[in-house]
Design a protein around this ligand. Structure first.
Ligand code: ZN
Length: 117
């Protein structure tokens, strides 16, 4: 993978990291009748509203799990082994990483694991 591509994905991961933390913080801070859709104005700098909405609709458990994966991916970038499948050690396709920058496994390994369930 090219350095330029890794930089782009790193930016995506940092952004995601920030968003997840924000959503988690809101869940803790706000009351039950809080409507996430009514308050997105001042946070336009956080990027696409669709991603925010998807995050806001995720359960806290899902968000925490995602946050863990995002932080792991960022560590992998630092140590230089980002983009390699944790199971077969082959490169994860750039298309897959662009969709899921925190993916730990390649498509083959992922689907094999899902089939096992
Ligand atoms: Zn694999």
């Amino acid at each position: 993978m090219e350095e330029r591509e890794i930089e782009g994905l790193r930016a995506q991961l940092l952004e995601l990291n920030k968003k997840i933390k924000l959503v988690l913080k809101r869940e803790r801070d706000t009351t039950r009748d809080y409507n996430p859709l009514s308050e997105s104005r001042d946070e336009a700098d956080l990027g696409s509203a669709t991603v925010d909405l998807a995050l806001q609709m995720s359960s806290q458990k899902t968000l925490l799990e995602m946050l863990r994966l995002v932080e792991k991916a960022l560590k992998k970038i630092e140590s230089g082994n980002y983009g390699l499948c944790e199971l077969c050690k082959r490169e994860i396709s750039i298309q897959r990483l662009k969709t899921i920058p925190y993916a730990l496994y390649c498509v083959e390994c992922q689907s094999r694991m899902e089939n096992k369930k």
